[in-house]
Write a protein that binds this ligand. Structure first.
Ligand code: PLP
Length: 365
């Protein structure tokens, strides 16, 4: 007889992980919005220095990291949650806030982990289509908020479409959301957003105890392999609740040490953003020269439709181009797995990687 699993296991979608992890290493990996550059030498030194103490459990309160985040952002330690990646905080927030009968509102296509929150809890997911420019339609999202809504998520810049909304639009949205709803603004890519100062949203926390800004060391800091993220919150309620539903040692010692060190090198962050934005401009220009129309990216990746208008053929076109790229050693994400068939999401890599991708794309189209 087979093992009998809970009902929710049948509901939870399997995360659409990028291929290529187990296979022969691709030449160019542009599928997971990672940093193409390794952790900084000072961060690697800090990691080495942490290794001899690994016979001890990590600090379960993540105190040094939270103190450093307080120094940097001015948000009190009690209003900062740490996670084993920001996904960990997201899933824990779902566990803490959702249950059957509750509702969760988010845009679609957006980050592929959001559907897990409703599936895992039995809450109802209300998805709101993006507008014609692949941006969140905040007025439409507002109309979906009811007495049953517990979480509203705004992903800014949005994964997978790369677009961002101006902060005043988001501030207006938050001001109109009732206080019982936890508003999570997922800012995993905020450092790459040139529309705003990445830190301007922090001021909103002073006016909205129900606001959570979700951030990560996985992207611009280049530490996704270690798994560490954080949430800056408008009150201490969410940090307390997410700690209640998780195991005590959710953030490992090496990750804590590396994040503390990485935070001290903001010049390097600025320099990496500058390099990424230069690649963003040049890759998008080449895409347009190929007749494609990339969305207005404010992130470290681009998003474009392959231009097939026949709905029957969009998936086939995506598969064909993905295959062409894979044969040339280039790994990207197809839109089908991310909510929109016939599109591609491609991380900006180094100039050399981008040149290989663009040549492979031109040959595959
Ligand atoms: C929008 C968004 N939020 C959160 C994450 C999670 O990042 P991590 O769990 O590595 O912090 C990602 C990762 O791709 C993302 O795209």
């Amino acid at each position: 007889m087979a093992i009998e699993f809970s009902e929710r296991i049948a509901r939870i979608p399997v995360y659409p992980a990028a291929g290529g992890y187990a296979e022969r290493a691709p030449r160019v990996k542009l599928a997971s919005n990672e940093s193409p550059w390794p952790p900084l030498p000072a961060v690697i030194d800090a990691i080495h220095a942490a290794l001899p103490s690994l016979n001890r459990y990590p600090d379960p309160t993540n105190s040094l990291l939270r103190e450093r985040l307080t120094e940097r952002y001015g948000v009190p330690v009690s209003r900062i949650a740490i996670g084993n990646g920001s996904c960990d905080i997201l899933l824990a927030a779902g566990e803490a806030l959702l249950e059957p009968g509750a509702e969760l509102v988010y845009a679609w296509p957006s980050f592929s982990v959001y559907p897990h929150l409703s599936a895992a809890s039995g809450a109802r997911a209300v998805t709101v289509p993006l507008d014609a420019d692949a941006r969140h339609d905040l007025p439409a999202m507002l109309r979906e908020i009811t007495a049953a809504t517990r979480i509203a998520i705004v992903c800014n810049p949005n994964n997978p479409t790369s677009t961002a909304l101006p902060l005043p639009d988001i501030a207006d949205f938050i001001a109109q959301v009732p206080d019982h709803v936890c508003v999570i603004v997922d800012e995993a890519y905020c450092e790459f957003n040139l529309i705003e100062d990445p830190d301007s949203s922090i001021e909103l926390l002073e006016h909205h105890p129900n606001l959570v800004l979700l951030r990560t060391f996985s992207k611009v800091y280049g530490l996704c392999g270690l798994r560490v993220g954080f949430a800056l919150c408008g009150s201490d309620a969410l940090p307390r609740a997410v700690d209640q539903v998780r195991q005590p040692f959710f953030c490992n010692a090496v990750a804590q040490t590396a994040a503390v060190e990485a935070l001290a090198h903001q010049d390097a962050v600025t320099e990496r953003v500058t390099r990424t934005v230069a690649e963003r401009i040049s890759v998008d220009e080449r895409l347009r020269a190929l007749g494609l129309e990339p969305a207005d990216s404010q992130a470290n990746f681009c998003w474009f439709s392959l231009g097939e208008s026949d709905p029957e053929l969009t998936g086939a076109k995506e598969a064909e181009v993905m295959r062409g790229l894979a044969e040339r050693g280039v790994l990207v994400r197809g839109g089908g797995a991310l909510g929109q068939k016939g599109a591609l999401r491609v991380t900006y890599g180094t100039p050399e990687e981008n040149a290989i991708f663009l040549d492979a794309l031109a040959e595959s189209l």
